[in-house]
Design a protein around this ligand. Structure first.
Ligand SMILES: *[C@@H]1O[C@H](CO)[C@@H](O)[C@H](O)[C@H]1NC(C)=O
Length: 216
């Protein structure tokens, strides 16, 4: 009991930012749980198309590359569980089956596009604009498109993801940007084509922008 009480005290200290959690994530010092509320767009109050917009979180395998962002893995997840209305860590995906592919009798045509992530349908791929719409929920950085749909699956009301490379943008990060929306969007709303002058004087542009709508 004494241990449990100590742990609770420790956690509340962590939550109030009084002390940092020693952990494998390097970014816990910068973590303030209150910025990750829905009202604050889960840490990214500005739509990614706005000048000066900053990602609210990172979800992927390289937390050390994003020391300034809350990384949605490790000890942060336990803290967030105590704040169920804030953003949550996705559950790790089930391990992929290791069955070997059976050869099909008809040769499949050369795929020109990567398959859509499970549970989602592509609405556009490889565009040079990012989605801009008023049903914006949040945006962060991820390693893969499936990391982004995993994030969407944890955010209540999320039905659409837009992933893209923001070249020269977001402090020069080469990580995939992942923005989440309530409604599904087509290429017609992919109107953020960059063009923002960055602190270092370079101008950003958008590549490999994909839209995926959650299947009902
Ligand atoms: C994606 O678009 C770029 C132009 O923006 C083009 O050069 C590239 O070949 C396209 N890739 C695919 C897989 O279609």
């Amino acid at each position: 009991m004494k241990f449990a009480a100590t742990l609770t005290t420790l956690l509340s200290l962590v939550i109030t930012g009084a002390i940092a959690v020693p952990s494998h994530t390097t970014n816990v010092d910068a973590f303030d749980v209150d910025t990750l509320s829905r009202g604050n767009h889960f840490g990214a109050p500005q739509n990614p198309g706005r000048p000066g917009a900053k990602p609210g979180w990172y979800y992927g395998k390289h937390p050390h590359k994003h020391p300034k962002l809350p990384c949605l893995s490790g000890p942060i997840c336990k803290i967030l569980k105590k704040h169920p209305k804030h953003i949550q860590c996705p559950r790790p995906p089930p391990p992929k089956p290791t069955t070997t592919k059976t050869r099909s009798s008809t040769p499949s045509p050369t795929p020109t596009l990567p398959p859509a992530p499970p549970g989602y349908t592509a609405t556009f791929t490889n565009a040079t604009g990012a989605t801009q719409a008023d049903d914006y929920l949040t945006f962060g950085l991820v390693d893969t498109i499936e990391d982004c749909t995993a994030m969407c699956n944890t955010v209540e009301g999320c039905n659409f993801v837009n992933t893209y490379n923001d070249v020269n943008g977001k402090d020069g990060s080469t990580q995939l940007t992942c923005s989440l929306y309530t409604r599904c969007h087509t290429i017609a709303d992919a109107t953020n084509t960059g063009g923002q002058t960055q602190p270092d004087g370079s101008i950003n542009f958008i590549r490999n922008s994909d839209g995926y709508c959650k299947r009902a």
